[in-house]
Design a protein around this ligand. Structure first.
Ligand SMILES: C[S@@+](CC[C@H](N)C(=O)[O-])C[C@H]1O[C@@H](n2cnc3c(N)ncnc32)[C@H](O)[C@@H]1O
Length: 219
């Protein structure tokens, strides 16, 4: 599915988030304690927004490995990141990472965890790949409540698939997007899941009244 939407992925992301996804991603990255020359993994990198933003914050003086299993997403990512020689792209499965244990100072996954076929296995792999004292950072949809929550749900479940059909010619992929949030755990539950997986400190931060949430888990 991601191969089929890759060409229009960035355009649709800008459109359906009213351009807000980039500023949320920037804020989410700033919150994590990173340093020059750190080794960072961006899992489910898609078109490499996170990898590029991290790279820009550190004037390319940080090592970013960006992983995705979609060839078409990676082709676009590589084009976008052509001026960032510090980003290395690898086509691989997030559930079976080709890295040694304790390889990275931080592992990011942005709007990716929800799509993994086995969420627990994904978390185990991320924990394995990050060093002791390092961070796993998840950014994904949250569970907004109240009137805003209802408005958001209406927009997300009814209008987003139509926008996807109109601008991308792909109703089913943009129907899948809201549907995939239904079974995705709430931010509070994700905090518990990260703790149960053995992370020492886990914090949650909400964006846009809870429409997006970030968990930062320290190994
Ligand atoms: C919604 S996109 C997120 C892209 C980007 N991280 C962002 O924040 O915009 C999800 C990405 O996860 C990738 N993906 C899903 N399951 C994967 C897996 N098991 N291994 C590697 N990549 C995966 C898809 O190919 C897709 O590019």
């Amino acid at each position: 599915m991601f191969d089929t939407i890759a060409a229009k992925y960035d355009f649709l992301n800008d459109l359906i988030s009213f351009g807000m996804h980039k500023s949320v991603k920037r804020k989410a990255i700033k919150r994590v304690c990173l340093q020059k020359n750190d080794k960072v993994l961006d899992l489910c990198t898609g078109t490499a927004d996170i990898a590029i933003l991290i790279s820009e914050f550190f004037d390319n003086e940080i090592n970013v490995t960006a992983v995705d299993f979609s060839e078409n997403m990676l082709k676009i990512a590589e084009k976008k990141a052509k001026n960032h020689k510090n980003i290395c792209f690898i086509q691989a499965d997030a559930l079976n990472l080709p890295f040694e244990d304790n390889s990275f100072d931080a592992v990011f996954i942005s709007f990716g965890l929800r799509n993994l076929q086995d969420l627990d296995k994904g978390i185990v792999e991320m924990k394995r790949a990050v060093k002791n004292g390092g961070f796993v950072v998840n950014l994904d949809t949250g569970k907004p409540q109240g009137i805003w929550g209802n408005l958001f749900k209406f927009y997300f479940f009814n209008l987003v698939p139509l926008i996807g059909k109109f601008f991308c010619g792909n109703f089913s992929a943009y129907k899948y997007l809201p549907e995939s949030t239904k079974k995705f755990p709430s931010p509070e539950k994700l905090v518990e899941i990260f703790k149960e997986a053995g992370f020492k400190e886990v914090k949650n931060y909400n964006f846009i009244f809870g429409a997006i949430a970030q968990q930062v888990a320290k190994k």
